[in-house]
Design a protein around this ligand. Structure first.
Ligand SMILES: C[S@@+](CC[C@H](N)C(=O)[O-])C[C@H]1O[C@@H](n2cnc3c(N)ncnc32)[C@H](O)[C@@H]1O
Ligand SMILES: [Zn+2]
Length: 267
């Protein structure tokens, strides 16, 4: 069975005709010129601009363009392409850095979806990666029919376990990427006297852990790129002008990139 979008208003399946997705109750959603579909009705928005804003999206793009995270991207594409995988959903996909690599590694017959609540991120993704089906939607109430995804991916995005269990096939896999113990340790030393290491993530309720891999590299990162990287982090607001001035005294910085890639299946 193929994976289908469902209506965010009445939850019945959507079918596409002439660049419009329509449900049995005649709720309609147009495919934007960039190729994505907006499945976040205005009445479901908590703010005018939910999710990551354009500034954060641009910082992330500038950082990703440097390929410092390529080792994670390659690992995810390789791991997912080795799984039985007709349908993948990247939940909270941002601008599609990982989604695109996964789509390229899979046969053309596979369906790859990327969902994010941030319109600037999805517009960017859809313009560049036409082989992925992108939508603006909440992953708390994801716009897909139940039990049809072979693989769900969540990279540094919120985890809604119940919704993930609804989306996944009984034998499907959930891959969650979370920060490893020393992720960005050197940058945190600028702002915290006592840097706390990241804990391993809790197993999402309704799932069992199958495997966990720790990927870590320490790389030299140019100061301009470090500034983009900081903007992508939850501690960006702690970086004051004086911290940036200290960073600017060196042309580059050593930074540890540490990721836990945890694979789960439904319990
Ligand atoms: C740290 S970013 C990670 C983006 C991408 N996975 C990556 O690693 O490049 C978290 C993403 O989750 C999205 N997000 C947060 N809450 C969401 C929700 N309820 N529904 C969909 N996306 C959400 C944000 O807009 C943002 O793009
Ligand atoms: Zn409907």
């Amino acid at each position: 069975m193929t994976l289908h979008y469902r209506c965010p208003i009445c939850s019945t399946p959507l079918t596409e005709q002439n660049k419009t997705l329509r449900c049995d109750h005649n709720h309609q959603f147009d495919v934007a010129k960039e190729g994505y579909v907006n499945l976040l009705p205005v009445q479901f928005k908590n703010s005018r601009q939910p999710g990551d804003n354009l500034d954060m999206v641009q910082a992330r793009r500038a950082f990703f363009a440097t390929q410092h995270y390529q080792f994670l991207q390659t690992h995810l594409a390789h791991t997912i392409s080795a799984m039985p995988c007709a349908s993948v959903i990247d939940l909270g996909c941002g601008e599609g850095f990982y989604t695109q690599a996964i789509a390229s590694a899979l046969p053309e017959t596979s369906q790859v979806f990327g969902v994010d609540i941030s319109k600037p991120a999805i517009r960017y993704a859809a313009k560049r990666y036409p082989q992925v089906h992108f939508s603006v939607a909440s992953i708390k109430d994801a716009p897909f029919t139940a039990g049809q995804a072979d693989v769900l991916l969540s990279v540094f995005a919120p985890v809604f376990a119940e919704e993930m269990a609804r989306l996944l096939k009984p034998e499907g896999h959930l891959l969650v990427v979370s920060p490893g113990p020393k992720h960005l340790y050197e940058l945190k030393q600028h702002i915290y006297d006592d840097v706390r290491l990241h804990d391993a993530p809790d197993c999402p309720p309704g799932f069992v852990e199958v495997e966990q891999l720790h990927l870590e590299q320490t790389q030299q990162v140019a100061t301009d790129i470090v500034k983009h990287l900081i903007k992508m982090t939850p501690f960006a607001w702690k970086f004051k002008e004086s911290h940036y001035q200290t960073l600017e005294q060196a042309p580059d910085h050593q930074v540890t990139f540490s990721f836990l890639v945890t694979c789960y299946q439904k319990a």
